[in-house]
Ligand binder design. Sequence first.
Ligand code: MTE
Length: 323
Amino acid sequence: MLAVRIGHGTIIMLIRVPRAWEIPERETTAESVYRSRRELLTGAGFAGLSALLGNGLQAAGESPYPAKRNTKYILDRELTPEAVATGFNNFYEFTLDKQRVKDMVDGFKIDPWTVEVKGLVNNPKKYDFDDLIKRFPIEERLYRFRCVEAWSMAVPWTGFPISALIKEVDPKPNAKFMRLVTVNRPEQMPGIRSQSHYPWPYFEALRLDEAMNELALFVTGIYGKPLPKQNGAPIRLITPWKYGLKSIKSIVKIEFTAKRPPTLWNEVGASEYGWYSNVNPNRPHPRWSQAQEKVLPDMKIRPTLLYNGYEEYVASLYTGKEF
Ligand code: MTE
């Protein structure tokens, strides 16, 4: 068991911490099956067939997890233990109590699940999640994850680049932004009623060039398994150079727009939560100096990095003044 204190009010976590490095065993069998099948298809010149089969696992009805890790994205710290990342959550539609989210999601229905993509696109779509996961090849990436509350984790996410979906729906030339919306089910998400002052459903947005950035992922899994409900099942956003509040969970609607769409936290507190919410150690939040962060689970203090350490990937998107 582990007890942790967090600066803004005292929160004690009691979480069973497994071994410090709880990386799920890489099941080489699954990976080699994945690779050999794909190599077989592409090597034989059946690229079209390969695309048709998505990640290559659909035909046999096998699980796509764990997906092959993309080793391009390396960490400068240990992975957060799985029990911590899946037991300490922000998902206000359920509760504000980070440690109770996981206990309140049982009644949340994620199957069937449809993601509607509409607005300024040439190919609007309604994806059934089971099709979506087969359509875009998924991979694992290790990213730092920094919350505006000044705690951070390092998480193995599984998902696919948002750019793959954007290419498929083919935005019109006047599409400049992407709006994302969470499901709105008060009967399954008790926090929607108890936090009725928030403008539900949760909504977020990215500039189209941000969404096209190679780091931006639609995430469907974590620690080599499907995403648990408390982490935003069945599909959420991850933009590792931004504060975690941008990473909207349980997405059902994606809309391409010409005008910049509002975002929930920026609407409820514009002086505290910028529309961009890029991780920036030089711009203090009124409650949390952003210069440092507490790394879960042991809350060791580290200096916060500009763009959460992803400057080489994203700095060219910005003038540096965005908030
Ligand atoms: N998405 C929805 N729909 N509702 C939320 O309350 N919280 C955000 C983000 N996405 C939130 C959300 C915040 S503030 C953070 S820090 C991350 O989810 C937390 O993700 P995690 O619980 O997987 O660590």
